[in-house]
Design a protein around this ligand. Structure first.
Ligand SMILES: [Zn+2]
Length: 112
């Protein structure tokens, strides 16, 4: 079986350990394991990264627009749309901003 030295981990691996390019069938560097490790590292680094000012501003702007639009729709429509947006936001938000969001809504509830 053909083997290939991975540019990521430097191991000599069978081509079955690599993803193959669709048209040519040529193994893609680095190997599957390295690509997975890189994707995981990327996800983790993004997960711990605090929101930038720009992202925070964008988030605030979106929430403001949601509230403005709510004037013209039923409470059900508003809730559905807000829930959809929050689901989307939770996918990208860092644990830090999630924690702050949770604190803010707790404060909001306490005020009644
Ligand atoms: Zn590798």
């Amino acid at each position: 079986m053909d083997t290939k030295v991975c540019t990521g981990c430097g191991e000599d691996k069978p081509v079955g350990e690599y993803y193959l390019r669709g048209k040519t069938g040529a193994p893609v560097q680095p190997c599957k394991e390295c690509q997975k490790a890189r994707a995981k590292a990327k996800r983790e680094s993004e997960g711990t990264k605090p929101m930038t000012d720009e992202q925070r501003e964008l988030h605030r702007e979106k929430m403001r627009r949601l509230r403005e639009q709510a004037v013209n729709e039923s409470p059900e429509e508003y809730r559905a749309r807000r829930a959809a947006y929050q689901r989307e936001w939770r996918k990208t938000a860092s644990p830090e901003s999630r924690r702050k969001q949770a604190e803010a809504s707790a404060r909001h509830r306490a005020k009644g």
